[in-house]
Write a protein that binds this ligand. Structure first.
Ligand SMILES: *Cc1c(COP(=O)(O)O)cnc(C)c1O
Length: 357
């Protein structure tokens, strides 16, 4: 029996997509081979990469001045790729709003003067610093942000307006809300949260920014290498790209990012409204910065938190344990989480409160 999986990543995929992949798993597009068995140089496979790129461009409204890359190594690899491609004068600004943002900054420091220009660590990352009040440095090669903070459940309500190119880790919210790509120099995202199985990472980079990687940048990490070869410089994560394409097609069918955002806002609203109406559950993120993808919450005690996670699991609501840095619970409600799943969770929360308050 399938359950509602609230995992932060890898996470749920749309059931229709899983079924479609299953149907054509042994014989992809009449090749008599599985998509896992065909050469990445096969026309049937390059057609997938091309379609996935076209679908992503359409869904996110990505202009031609940007390249779209499908690479390996996860978002964490991009923490290094960003400075290695962009840190020409050796200086960059970072806004630290969570654990991944901090890791990105720490990686940046290996290559140059990576400066934290704002941080919400003082209040355990329960808010996003006011982007209009930050002192951006004039000499930065780029400004790095993490748009949705997976562990702490925050997101930018408004993006910074910066002179230097804005670089954004969108791993846990890509394709969940409309963003104006032209406001960014580079957007990257590990796919395993909102788009595909683990293994593929999306990079969307303005073409003029990829021309001069640092001399020490490994060939594989040069965005230019990947752009020149249409993401086929070496063997790409074929199956993950194929799955990403199925998810992108599915999203188009649902009406695109605007439509899915409306569903996401509705789902998150069900959960936050219930938490706010209850004196048993708490989410302590500043309201305007609450993520619509990751919703951390606690009960009055650690013991009840543990009991909650255990009983939820027995009710088909799984992977609700919070990240070790935060404790409590976390419900990740990405694009693929059905409204029904969130309703079931809220029902369970009500019942658990009645029995344990
Ligand atoms: C999950 C996550 C990462 C790490 O991604 P990997 O692909 O595992 O390297 C980085 N940033 C954010 C915002 C994430 O949610």
């Amino acid at each position: 029996m399938r359950v509602y999986n609230f995992s932060a990543g890898p996470s749920m995929l749309p059931q229709e997509v899983l079924e479609e992949a299953q149907r054509e798993f042994l014989d992809f597009a009449g090749t008599g081979m599985s998509v896992c068995e065909i050469s990445h140089r096969d026309k049937a496979f390059s057609a997938i990469v091309e379609e996935a790129e076209a679908n992503l461009r359409e869904l996110m409204n990505i202009p031609q001045e940007y390249c779209v890359l499908f690479v390996q190594g996860g978002a964490s690899q991009q923490f290094a790729a960003v400075p290695l491609n962009l840190m020409h004068t050796g200086k960059a600004d970072y806004i630290v709003t969570g654990n991944f943002a901090k890791k990105a900054w720490q990686e940046g420091k290996i290559y140059g003067d990576a400066r934290v220009i704002a941080s919400s660590e003082d209040k355990t990352y329960t808010y996003i610093p006011d982007v209009d009040k930050i002192a951006y440095n004039d000499d930065a090669d780029y400004v790095h942000i993490t748009s949705n903070n997976t562990i702490f459940g925050t997101r930018y309500a408004k993006f910074p307006e910066t002179k230097a190119p804005l670089v954004c880790d969108m791993s846990s919210e890509i394709l969940s809300r409309e963003v104006d790509v032209t406001k960014f120099g580079v957007i990257y995202a590990g796919a395993q949260k909102n788009l595909a199985p683990a293994g593929v990472t999306i990079v969307i980079a303005r073409r003029d920014l990829i021309e001069n990687p640092l001399p020490v940048c490994p060939t594989m990490l040069k965005w230019k290498t990947q752009a020149n070869d249409g993401s086929l410089y070496n063997t790409p994560p074929c199956f993950s790209i194929y799955m990403a394409n199925l998810v992108l097609r599915h999203l188009k069918k649902l009406g695109g990012v605007k439509a899915i955002n409306e569903v996401n806002v509705y789902k998150a609203g069900l959960l936050y409204d219930f938490i706010d109406s209850s004196s048993f559950y708490t989410n302590n993120v500043v309201k305007e910065y609450r993520s619509i993808m990751n919703v951390p919450f606690v009960t009055p005690s650690k013991e009840l938190d543990e009991k909650f996670v255990k009983e939820a699991k027995a009710n088909g609501l799984v992977t609700l344990k919070g990240h070790r840095l935060v404790g409590g619970m976390r419900a990740s409600i990405y694009n693929a989480m059905p409204v029904e799943g969130v309703k079931k969770l809220v029902e369970f929360m009500k019942k658990f409160e009645q029995e344990n308050a």
